[in-house]
Design a protein around this ligand. Structure first.
Ligand SMILES: Nc1ncnc2c1ncn2[C@@H]1O[C@H](COP(=O)(O)OP(=O)(O)OP(=O)(O)O)[C@@H](O)[C@H]1O
Ligand SMILES: [Mg+2]
Length: 138
């Protein structure tokens, strides 16, 4: 089976890309993932997870600076699609699952990630962080 990026199995090729630290990058991340999950019958969960992780990198870490940005990596594992967002770290935030009051607008992104993934995690600190999730592709 050929895994050349321009071959017929392009949808299964692992990929890595840098995105600039700008809100418009979130849409580009969704497109990046969608284009490479053509083998997934239901790619929506993977796209949503990538979208939440990328938004967090932009909003809560140094990756929000245009020239710093963040990396998104897509790999294929036996469990499903592994999506990793590598950000530039934060001196003041660490990822956690918040328990926002019902009328609070924010704080549900990682809840969604937790529900949509087979497994997820985060490791890093003030200088860099990787947050990842594995999403089943039915
Ligand atoms: N990559 C990250 N690095 C450091 N802190 C993070 C990161 N991602 C999330 N956090 C922290 O975890 C908290 C919870 O993240 P979560 O995505 O659930 O909520 P939110 O981003 O605040 O709001 P929402 O996702 O609903 O817009 C964030 O408020 C932030 O403090
Ligand atoms: Mg969030």
């Amino acid at each position: 089976m050929s895994l050349h990026p321009n071959g017929p199995n392009r949808g299964q090729v692992a990929a890595l890309r840098w995105f600039p630290g700008h809100p418009s990058s979130v849409g580009d991340v969704r497109r990046f993932i969608a284009n490479r999950l053509q083998y997934c019958a239901e790619p929506d969960a993977a796209i949503l997870v990538a979208s939440e992780l990328a938004s967090n990198a932009l909003q809560h870490t140094e990756s929000g600076n245009w020239t710093t940005g963040f990396l998104v990596m897509l790999e294929h594992t036996a469990e499903g699609a592994l999506i990793t967002v590598h950000d530039a770290g934060s001196a003041s935030h660490v990822p956690y699952i918040a328990t926002p009051p019902l009328d609070t607008e924010r704080g549900r992104g990682l809840h969604l990630v937790d529900r949509l993934t087979e497994s997820w995690g985060s490791q890093g600190g003030p200088a860099e962080r990787m947050t990842w999730g594995v999403v089943r592709c039915h």
